[in-house]
Design a protein around this ligand. Structure first.
Ligand SMILES: CC(C)(COP(=O)(O)OP(=O)(O)OC[C@H]1O[C@@H](n2cnc3c(N)ncnc32)[C@H](O)[C@@H]1OP(=O)(O)O)[C@@H](O)C(=O)NCCC(=O)NCCS
Length: 195
């Protein structure tokens, strides 16, 4: 059903420019910069993420990651992006529109991470603001969901300030840092006003 399937990208996604950031699909050539940033951000990120596999930062694991990203994108299952600072092209973080549900849902789950040296400088606010027109326009989604642990103040503020509304609470919703953790549930709908 063409209307519900929306857009599929068999090739590389076009980059999306925001005010201070540029979003583009991850590429193999990003490995050195990505692994260095993730290594430098390990202590900052691991309390809020699924447990990192032991080989996560290796080139071989990154190759598998890139292959999976490409398959997911081709299958309209997920759209992963790396976030680059527009002024100098430095990789600062990443975000993914994952778990795309078509049919009568037309929904996705938003996930994100910011490299520790770049946190608190407005880059994720810019990145989420940039990806939403792609989600609601190009992908024709109706709903973008996000979830965060109640103590994650940065994530909560980010969602509130990018127009997401808090909708609920899910017990032991995701296994984060090795523990099934309760999450606050947020969503932004296509017709919600921009903040
Ligand atoms: C959540 C995260 C992606 C936000 O990215 P960011 O680039 O730092 O976000 P921004 O700079 O755009 O700031 C977003 C809001 O969070 C606030 N914020 C940033 N760091 C904060 C902190 N440590 N404590 C409280 N608020 C914080 C900012 O002030 C801003 O709110 P404001 O608009 O009221 O000023 C980033 O902090 C991060 O990667 N955290 C660790 C991993 C994580 O939490 N992942 C998400 C799991 S749901």
């Amino acid at each position: 059903m063409a209307f519900f399937r929306s857009v599929g990208f068999s090739e590389q996604l076009p980059a999306i420019a925001g005010e201070t950031v540029m979003l583009r699909a991850p590429q193999m050539a990003d490995h050195a910069e990505w692994s260095a940033l993730r290594a430098a951000s390990r202590d900052f990120l691991t309390p809020w993420e699924p447990t990192w596999p032991a080989d996560d930062l290796t080139r071989a694991a990154f190759r598998r990651r890139i292959r999976r990203y490409a398959e997911d994108q081709r299958g309209d299952l997920a759209y992963p992006f790396f976030i680059f600072r527009k002024s100098d092209g430095v990789l600062v973080g990443g975000l993914t529109l994952a778990n795309i549900r078509r049919g009568c849902a037309q929904a996705a789950s938003l996930g994100y991470w910011m490299g520790a040296p770049y946190a608190g400088q407005g880059y994720m606010t810019a990145a989420v603001t940039t990806v939403l027109p792609f989600a609601f326009g190009t992908l024709r989604l109706h709903r973008v969901e996000a979830a965060c642990i109640p103590g994650n103040d940065a994530s909560i503020r980010l969602l509130e300030h990018t127009g997401f509304q808090r909708e609920g609470f899910a017990r032991q919703y995701l296994c984060i840092n090795g523990v099934w953790q309760d999450h606050l549930l947020f969503a932004r709908l296509r017709d919600d006003p921009s903040p």
